[in-house]
Design a protein around this ligand. Structure first.
Ligand code: TXA
Ligand code: MG
Length: 326
């Protein structure tokens, strides 16, 4: 049984931001907006606070968490940055990028937030509300996506409440998140940097900042995944998902991208990620669309093909996991 908590709804104004920071310093759980998705935040230096994140999310195992910092200088106190990590931080922080780097001798992130690894996941988000909370909290803040384990990440405060009302102390409400997909995760652990998770920064942009190709996580990892949370079925709606569909079959819900298929009447449960075929718009709409089709009772969601360039790699990665056997 998880502990019951009274979940306060805070406005993203000065008072709400100050209260969120006060709660975090007191070891409480606060859902915060970032530019990617809402995060479930706690003091990363406080092992008990971090443990309560795992309990609220019902994470089955202690999967390491991303620690969020207000700026690169604060991040460099926690981890050791090689030339690639520095180039990536310079190009994309603040923004939707997480770097996995070796822990620094002075690292304050708790063992539990790192799941005992010798590396630490660091991110400097760009969302002004997140940055204000981080500055006021004055310590690294651990935050996985603010959903129950195995569910789709929240892009609206309402999604957070559906999953976590009564399990967390507060949600700081700031409307829809801009990007809608989690951060890109790059490991800079000596040797070639590896893309562990495609996300809000497209691969081509990451590669141009470091002047080399990123090794794919699968090729790099061998048998033992270095990012334990990046396995198949993770972003799962309740409905089954059929990818690359040219049109819905009878009884299926439809999730389109670009112009709708000609010569097919669309089913009553039908949404389009971006009628004009814009990948940024599709990324921003993806998780909310999956939740809406689920809530409307879809049993199978047929999804139109989404191209692989730009944010398409991250969109297809999340769709692939939504479709994976569970
Ligand atoms: O956009 C995002 O990244 C959001 C917002 C809230 O910042 N956060 C997020 O966190 O997506 P989460 O916990 O859902 O995903 C973090 C991933 C996990 O798959 C975890 O396995 C991986 O990062 N990770 C964390 N620390 C790691 C480490 N030291 N080595 C390898 N992978 C790590
Ligand atoms: Mg997550």
């Amino acid at each position: 049984m998880t502990e019951t908590r009274q979940t306060q709804r805070l406005h993203a104004n000065e008072a709400g931001i100050a209260e969120a920071a006060r709660l975090l310093r007191a070891g409480k759980l606060v859902a915060l907006p970032t530019e990617t998705v809402y995060g479930l935040a706690a003091d990363a230096t406080d092992g008990r606070a971090v443990a309560s994140i795992y309990a609220a999310k019902e994470r089955p195992s202690f999967n390491p968490l991303i620690s969020h910092l207000p700026d690169t200088a604060a991040a460099r106190r926690e981890g050791l940055f090689d030339a690639s990590a520095l180039a990536l931080a310079k190009a994309f922080w603040p923004g939707p990028l997480t770097l996995i780097v070796p822990v620094s001798p002075g690292c304050t992130v708790s063992d539990l937030a790192r799941a005992g690894l010798g590396s630490v996941a660091l991110r400097v988000p760009s969302h002004p509300v997140a940055r204000a909370v981080l500055a006021a909290a004055g310590r690294p803040i651990a935050a996985p996506s603010a959903n129950r384990s195995g569910r789709v990440s929240p892009t609206l405060p309402e999604h957070v409440l559906v999953d976590l009302d009564g399990r967390i102390d507060a949600v700081l409400e700031a409307g829809p998140t801009e990007i809608g997909l989690e951060s890109s995760i790059v490991a800079c652990l000596g040797g070639a940097p590896k893309l562990l998770r495609p996300g809000g920064v497209p691969r081509a942009a990451l590669e141009s900042a470091i002047g080399r190709e990123l090794v794919a996580a699968d090729a790099a990892q061998g048998a033992a995944p270095i990012s334990p949370g990046l396995l198949a079925s993770h972003y799962a709606p309740d409905a089954a998902v059929r990818l690359g569909a040219s049109a819905p079959l009878p009884g299926e819900a439809w999730l389109g991208f670009g112009p709708e298929p000609e010569g097919h009447a669309l089913p009553p449960l039908s949404l389009n990620l971006s009628p004009k075929g814009d990948l940024s718009e599709a990324a921003a709409n993806l998780f909310a669309a999956l939740r809406r089709l689920d809530e409307a009772g879809a049993t199978v969601i047929a999804v139109a093909p989404v191209p692989m360039h730009g944010l398409g790699e991250a969109i297809n990665n999340r769709l692939g996991r939504a479709a994976a056997p569970r």
